[in-house]
Design a binder for this molecule. Structure first.
Ligand SMILES: [Zn+2]
Length: 319
C-alpha cells in the first residue's frame, strides 16, 4: 500500500487530504482560500495541514499531487493570475517543496479531475474521455487515445473560454467576450441573470428573483424550479450555451464518454444534464458521446490529485 497527499486548490475552498493507493481518502481538511490571500502564507497553511496529517496517520508519503485552477505555467509549477482567485502569481511547486520537502506533481484542477475519473471513476478502461467541470468557472480535462492532453504550458483544455454568444453580451473573467464560462458557470449565471433583468423590464417585473439584491447561481435554479419567468429565460439560454460547449468538445476530441462535475452540475443535474445529449446532436458533426454526471461527486478533483501524488499518471510526473 502506498500513501500520498492530495491538494485540491479551489476558488472558494482548498482541500488537503491523505489517501492511499486503493483510492481511500483517510483524512480530509478544508479551509477557505480567500482567508489566505498572501501566496506564501497560503502555501504555508497547506504545508501545516500536510504535516499534521502525516503526524496523525504515521505513514510514509510517496508524493504530493496538486490540482489548481488555471491558467498555469506547468514548467515553472506556477498558477498565473487566475480569474477567480486572490493571487496574482502562486508558486505552488517551489513553495511546497520549500515547506515540506517532498516530490510534487502539479496540474490544472480539471485535468486532475480527469485523471481521477480515469483511475477511479467511470473513465476506467475508456481511451477517449473528457471531464467537464461546471463550477465557479468551466474547465475540462481530456484523454485522447488513452493519452492525457497537456499542451505547451499545460493549458490544453481551456474549454470554458470557447465563444458561445455571437452577440458577445458579457465579458468573461479572463477579459474575453462571449465566453461559455461568462454565461453558464457558477459566477456567470448570476451576472447573466442581472444582465437580462436590466435589459428586459417585462422579464424583471414579473420575477421574484429580480428583486433579490444579491443573486447566486443556486437562487436562479431554485427560481427556475418555481417557474420564475426571468430564471426560465436565463436557464433556457444557459442550456443552449451548454449544448454549444459540449458540441465543440465532441467535435474537437471525439470522446466516447464525457463526465460532468462541479457544484453547478452536481447540485442541478436534473436541469443541467436534462436533454443535453439530444441538444448536442443538433450542433455536433461527430457521434455524440455518453454524457453523465461523475460518480466521484465533489471528490473527483481530490481523487485525481491523489492519483497524481501516487505517480499514477506518467505524463504528470512527481518532481
Ligand atoms: Zn474567458
Amino acid at each position: 500500500m502506498k500513501y500520498a497527499i492530495a491538494v485540491d486548490i479551489g476558488a472558494t475552498n482548498t482541500r488537503v487530504a491523505l489517501g492511499n493507493s486503493e483510492g481511500e481518502l483517510l483524512g480530509v481538511e478544508t479551509f477557505r482560500t480567500w482567508d489566505f490571500p498572501d501566496p506564501v502564507k497560503y502555501i504555508e497553511k497547506i504545508a501545516r495541514i500536510i504535516s499534521s496529517l502525516r503526524e496523525k496517520f504515521k505513514v510514509d508519503i510517496y508524493g504530493i499531487g496538486v490540482g489548481t485552477p488555471g491558467p498555469l505555467d506547468v514548467a515553472k509549477g506556477e498558477v498565473l493570475a487566475s480569474p477567480n482567485m486572490p493571487f496574482k502569481r502562486l508558486e505552488v511547486v517551489r513553495l511546497l517543496k520549500e515547506f515540506v520537502d517532498m516530490p510534487v506533481a502539479f496540474a490544472n484542477d480539471a485535468v486532475a479531475a480527469a485523471v481521477g475519473e480515469k483511475f477511479w471513476g467511470d473513465g476506467a478502461g475508456v481511451e477517449d474521455l473528457v471531464y467537464v467541470t461546471i463550477s465557479t468557472g468551466i474547465g475540462g480535462g481530456v484523454y485522447v487515445d488513452g493519452s492525457l492532453l497537456l499542451g505547451k504550458d499545460g493549458n490544453a483544455h481551456e474549454i470554458g473560454h470557447v465563444v458561445v454568444d455571437s452577440q458577445e453580451r458579457l465579458v468573461c473573467g479572463c477579459g474575453g467576450r462571449g465566453h461559455w464560462e461568462a454565461y453558464s458557470s457558477g459566477s456567470g449565471i448570476p451576472r447573466f441573470t442581472k444582465f437580462l433583468a436590466e435589459r428586459d423590464s417585462s422579464l424583471a417585473e414579473e420575477s421574484q428573483l429580480a428583486r433579490k439584491s444579491r443573486i447566486e447561481a443556486r437562487d436562479v435554479f431554485e427560481a427556475y424550479r418555481a417557474g420564475d419567468k426571468l430564471a426560465r429565460a436565463v436557464i433556457l439560454e444557459v442550456k443552449k450555451f451548454n449544448a454549444y460547449g459540449f458540441a465543440a468538445i465532441t467535435n474537437y476530441y471525439d470522446p466516447e464518454l464525457i463526465t460532468v462535475g462541479g457544484s453547478v452540475a452536481l447540485n442541478n443535474a436534473d436541469i443541467v444534464l436534462s436533454g443535453l445529449e439530444g441538444d448536442v446532436r443538433q450542433y455536433a458533426i461527430n457521434r455524440v458521446p455518453r454524457i453523465k454526471l461523475t460518480r466521484l461527486g465533489a471528490n473527483v478533483g481530490l481523487m485525481g490529485a491523489l492519483a497524481l501524488g501516487l505517480g499514477f499518471e506518467k505524463k504528470i510526473p512527481l518532481r
